[in-house]
Design a protein around this ligand. Structure first.
Ligand code: UT7
Length: 326
């Protein structure tokens, strides 16, 4: 078989801010209960960034851990992509701030905005650089301070989200073009802009001039998620040329335990093959997949050589999936 360049994941890292907010903490000021939140979502707690911590600070901590896992230093990075919907500032890109704070040299740095699907979108963009030999050491980061977008009087949304960051290092590696290659093997990305009103933030620089608050028609998003994610996952598996039955670990976006289980069931993936961190992290938007991935490596479940299936869905509505061999 001919030789092809693959984008190989050489390091993964996650970072959660120190403060933990439990369901009981929220029930003190909004009309909810631990029982309702656990039963409807599986969420037990979420982490919240300290007031002085910005999105770029969380991203830097995750990036340092991913670099250490890859045995790389900031001096080697030539591409940084941050997937975020909660940047420090409207501009410059959070990725530019991450470059500065890490002390990385002049290179390519920009943000990707696809909300909760941002990390999968960003991986595919990075693959376009790494697998064409245009970047030798890329950082792809999902970093979010979702608690800053909450309307704390809206119990339908404020209990669902948390803060955190996760990062991977991507490097070029020779493959044969087959499914045994290490690296990113296939993607499917989707957006249906007609469903904007189901999940959005009601502010922005060119409309209100404010940051705005997150608004969601939760049960409609729920329905969309369970119905449409499976098609995207199947398309990504087909693009990679792998049957879903050969996947070692399913790492879905962590929005709701019921969605995660529903999607896995539709795809015929056994519950013990699903990495779930939603109970401890809640929904950290673009950070949720790399955070769950880092957790699966840290606790010894995810091992080199294994086949991973990543899946996400969020505002846009966007959704997508990616198949990776470690
Ligand atoms: O990452 C982006 C993608 N986002 C998602 O995937 C989120 C998708 N949606 C969901 O996860 C679920 O729809 C929710 C968890 C948001 C809501 O669960 P649900 O089972 O769809 O509930 P619902 O919205 O249909 O509301 C049922 C009831 C309502 O009360 P009534 O009208 O039946 O009296 C709500 O007011 O539950 C009430 N409710 C709550 N009660 C206690 C809504 N939020 C809460 C709450 N505590 N926090």
């Amino acid at each position: 078989m001919s030789s092809v360049l693959r984008s190989v994941v050489t390091g993964v890292g996650g970072y959660l801010p120190d403060e933990i907010v439990t369901n009981a903490d929220l029930a003190k000021f909004v009309d909810t209960s631990d029982e309702w939140i656990v039963e409807r979502t599986g969420i037990r707690q979420r982490h919240r960034a300290a007031p002085e911590q910005g999105c770029s600070d969380l991203a830097v901590e995750a990036a340092k851990r991913a670099l250490a896992a890859a045995g790389r230093t900031a001096a080697q990075i030539d591409l940084i992509i941050v997937a975020t919907t909660t940047p420090d500032l409207t501009f410059p890109a959070t990725a530019a701030m991450v470059q500065r704070k890490l002390g990385a040299p002049i290179g390519i740095a920009f943000d990707v905005q696809a909300v909760c699907s941002g990390f999968v979108y960003a991986l595919s963009v990075a693959d376009g650089f790494v697998a064409r030999g245009l970047a030798k050491c890329a950082l792809v980061i999902g970093s979010e301070t979702m608690t800053r977008l909450m309307d704390w009087t809206d119990r339908g949304t404020c209990v669902l989200f948390g803060d955190g960051a996760g990062a991977v290092v991507l490097e070029p590696g020779e493959g044969t073009g087959g499914i045994e290659d290490r690296g990113l093997l296939g993607f499917a990305l989707r957006c249906d802009g007609t469903k904007q009103d189901l999940l959005y933030v009601d502010g922005g620089p060119s409309t209100t001039g404010t940051v705005g608050k997150l608004r969601m028609a939760g049960n409609q998003v729920f329905r969309h998620a369970v119905v449409n994610i499976a098609e995207g996952v199947e398309a990504a598996a087909a693009a990679a040329g792998v049957p879903i039955s050969s996947v070692d670990w399913f790492i879905p976006h962590q929005a709701n335990q019921r969605i995660l289980e529903g999607v896995a069931r539709r795809l015929g993936i056994a519950p013990e093959r699903v990495i779930s961190t939603v109970a401890e992290h809640a929904n950290t938007s673009a950070a949720s997949i790399p955070l769950a991935w880092a957790q699966g490596i840290a606790d010894g479940r995810i091992k080199p050589g294994q086949l991973l299936l990543l899946e996400a869905m969020g505002g846009g509505l966007t959704w997508g999936a990616c198949v990776v061999r470690l």
